[in-house]
Ligand binder design. Structure first.
Ligand code: SF4
Length: 464
């Protein structure tokens, strides 16, 4: 199974709600836990202060991106790493292919990286004849099932324990009642062999430090540490927006990101990668390649409002709290990044035409903005993209005509009163189906009963 594209969102989300109730149950349960843990972790610090700081550091880095990227490149080269620039996904795959061919790579282990999903790394490696193995437990599970991730931090949260028990029973012959610890131990044993045999390790990068040329990685399982230190070649795929100016910035971000993502004060493992193995080092790769990827990010940066979305540290907090995401999980969104963050970066990175209708996959309740560790104004950006969609004529003609008619009527009190009086006599439950502008609304919910009197009449009569 692969992503079907944002344009199928309405159909896929309806299908998920109707045909896959277990997805809703699994996602709700997992996100409830994430939310409770985050709320607890935020309450232990002055989270408002930390989030203001994080917003300012990331905004500063993004508004001086060219300067910091050049500085990072200089430092990485001085550290002995090789630096590559990829404008597009195609460029990144070509660079990967060159490294694979130059080094005679036949097996690769991969740490969790959303950028690698965005670029389609696994499919490309397989086409090149490279055996590639996901090593994050959640990614490992969905690779065995043959699905893409459904969440930035918990790629398999749409799957229940029973799903995993059945999967491991089929693949490894484990007892059907094995608990999470036993299942993890089985995966660990199988993965250990793959780590030892791999020629290439692939990772992402949570942060790239300009001052020192350091790729910083946060994780809980230790698989990133092994993927980046055991194989003879390491490739780090890093989005250009991951830059931070100073090493000391990372110490704040690692704590804030961990709190926002999983509610931990800090992830279990934290790796700072500066380059290949040096003389006297007992482990580490012979070569480290850092591929700096644009793939639509500068296009998003050029938007005078939506650029703020590039501050994202991919913690997943906005997905966990979103009442829309929580119903279906991430697959119906149709591309790598789902939930509120996906809905605001898709139009900038893919183009608004390609991203429709994701900016509308939100109730605009604003819960996401209250949780975001880098204070991205998500609801404002959703409205920004909706405005662009209207300007480009991408919304329903009936809806636009209805809103235009409403605007005209609202500007003329006599017409507004007359139209209101007429509509009050239509029973909305039945009328909603008859009026095209309301038909989608009443499909899934009951329409309110029409009031007998207008708001102004009730106001004058003092009725609450
Ligand atoms: S938009 Fe904010 S809350 Fe959502 S994933 Fe990015 S950093 Fe986290």
């Amino acid at each position: 199974m692969s992503f079907s594209g944002p344009k199928h969102y309405r159909v896929e989300s309806a299908k998920s709600l109707k045909d896959r109730p277990s997805v809703r149950a699994s996602v709700t349960s997992a996100t409830d836990t994430f939310n409770a843990n985050r709320s607890d972790a935020y309450s232990q610090i002055d989270s408002d202060l930390w989030r203001d700081w994080a917003r300012d550091v990331k905004s500063h880095a993004l508004t001086n991106l060219d300067q910091y990227l050049e500085q990072a490149e200089t430092q990485l080269l001085a550290n002995g790493a090789k630096v590559h620039w990829a404008d597009t996904a195609h460029d990144a795959l070509r660079l990967l292919e060159e490294i694979v061919r130059d080094h005679g790579i036949s097996t690769a282990v991969k740490a969790k990286s959303m950028l690698s999903e965005e670029l389609g790394i696994n499919e490309h490696l397989e086409d090149l004849g490279v055996h590639v193995r996901e090593t994050d437990l959640g990614e490992y599970i969905i690779q065995l099932i043959g699905e893409p991730p459904s969440h930035i931090v918990g790629p398999a949260i749409h799957r229940s324990l029973e799903d995993c028990q059945r999967l491991f029973h089929e693949k490894f012959g484990t007892p059907l009642d094995d608990g999470p610890d036993a299942l993890a131990a089985t995966a660990r044993e199988a993965l250990r062999e793959e780590f030892l045999a791999a020629d290439l390790g692939i990772s992402g990068g949570n942060f790239l430090v300009a001052e020192t040329g350091t790729v910083a990685l946060i994780e809980n399982e230790g698989n990133i540490r092994l993927s980046t230190s055991l194989p003879r070649v390491h490739i780090a795929l890093v989005g250009i927006e991951k830059i931070v100016p100073r090493l000391e910035d990372v110490s704040g971000f690692v704590q804030l990101t961990s709190r926002a993502a999983t509610g931990q004060p800090i992830g279990n493992f934290f790796s700072l990668i500066q380059g290949p193995k040096r003389d006297g080092d007992i482990d580490g790769p012979e070569e480290v390649h850092v591929i700096l990827v644009d793939n639509g990010r500068t296009r998003l940066l050029a938007d005078d409002k939506a650029w703020e979305a590039l501050r994202c540290v991919r913690c997943g907090a906005c997905l966990n709290i979103c009442p829309v995401y929580r119903q279906t999980g991430g697959h119906p969104y149709g591309w790598t990044y789902s939930g509120p963050i996906g809905a605001i970066i898709a139009p900038g990175m893919l183009g608004i035409e390609e991203a429709m209708p994701l900016p509308y996959a939100s109730s605009l309740c604003g819960a996401c903005v209250d949780e975001c560790p880098v204070r991205i104004p998500i609801p404002e950006l959703l409205l920004h993209w909706r405005e662009k969609a209207v300007e480009k004529g991408l919304t329903s003609a009936i809806e636009s005509a209805g809103i235009k008619a409403y605007t005209k009527a609202a500007e003329r009190p006599a017409i507004f009163r007359a139209a209101g009086a007429m509509l009050r006599h239509i029973p909305l439950e039945a009328g909603g189906r008859a009026l095209p502008i309301l038909s989608d609304w009443v499909k899934e919910r009951s329409a309110p009963k029409s009031s007998k009197k207008s708001f102004m009449q009730q106001w004058k009569e003092g009725i609450e």
